[in-house]
Design a binder for this molecule. Structure first.
Ligand code: BV8
Length: 239
């Protein structure tokens, strides 16, 4: 650790950081969008057309996440170690809806696309823990309405969560690290521009160059379980 260094670090993660934990990404050849159409399962229109189908899509992902076969990997643990050991603030913004960052020990965490282990009542907005299958005959504990429980997840065309706080931390960071995201989905894909405007150093850690690769000052290519621990060690050593 270099004495005196204690600036704010903002990290953005995507599905790539959870791939080696056994969770599918979206746009890889074997990804989720190669198996289902996002219009059918990740939009309000798809939910209105066939809510049962959407609930089953998320029920299957939730069961997989809670199966005992999916654990945080060395990439998740390295980011939790950075938050613990870095003298300045570390804010981890994730596009992922899994709970692997929490299970690895990250606390300063923003789930901008929601959380698979939470449900929301479409009638009253109440958010509650959800670790079981969601079905259409569920009723809301708060307002009592039936058939209105949906995943607490941000679909395409919906507004991501905590955007004001995200833009604020991006405007005041000195190091922005993007990990395991293809840079296809906005507004997350535009965060590197916000960080550059704030004068931050921008680094991309990914298995392959993302859509926004040219916007980064530095790029490290490789699997997250190898390149994330190595990069965290360099940052903690003052690199
Ligand atoms: C918004 C749900 C306004 C949760 C997701 C028309 C109408 C309305 C909106 C739009 C429109 N046209 C464009 C838009 C904007 C739209 C958008 O960006 N569309 C894209 C397709 C063009 N965005 C929205 O609608 C967003 N809302 O814009 O509201 C607004 C704007 C600004 C401010 C306020 C309001 C809402 C977007 C959220 C949609 N929900 N998912 C779920 O089911 O999970 S998006 C989905 O994509 C996931 O959340 C995922 O996190 C996200 C991004 O994907 P990635 O994480 O990057 O995953 P991907 O597979 O793509 O890439 C994985 C990467 O990992 C790859 O690069 C791979 O090489 C790498 N990798 C693989 N293995 C490894 C690895 N890296 C390291 N190690 C490994 N081992």
């Amino acid at each position: 650790m270099v004495p005196g260094l204690s600036f704010r670090i903002v990290i953005l993660t995507g599905a790539g950081i959870s791939k080696e934990s056994g969770l599918d990404t979206f746009r890889d050849a074997d990804g989720i969008w190669a198996k289902v159409r996002l219009e059918d399962v990740a939009t309000p229109e798809g939910y209105a057309r066939d809510p049962q189908r959407v609930l089953e899509f998320y029920n299957a992902r939730r069961r997989s996440l809670l199966s005992g076969r999916v654990e945080p990997n060395r990439g998740h643990y390295a980011l939790a170690e950075l938050e613990q050991k870095w003298p300045g603030e570390v804010v981890l913004v994730t596009q992922n809806i899994d709970d692997l960052h929490e299970r690895a020990g990250s606390n300063s965490l923003i789930h901008m696309h929601g959380e698979l282990l939470k449900g929301r009542c479409d009638a009253c907005g109440r958010v509650s823990t959800c670790r079981d299958d969601q079905t259409l005959d569920l009723s809301c504990d708060a307002c009592g309405r039936t058939g209105k429980m949906r995943p607490h997840v941000v679909w395409f065309g919906e507004i991501p969560l905590e955007m004001e706080r995200i833009y604020d931390v991006l405007a005041h960071c000195e190091l922005f690290i993007s990990i395991g995201t293809s840079g296809n989905v906005y507004p997350a894909a535009g965060f590197v521009r916000e960080a550059r405007l704030a004068g931050a150093r921008t680094v991309e850690l990914n298995l392959e160059p993302s859509q926004g690769a040219s916007l980064f000052d530095q790029q490290v290519i490789g699997p997250a379980t190898e390149i994330v621990p190595a990069f965290v060690a360099r940052v903690l050593a003052g690199g």
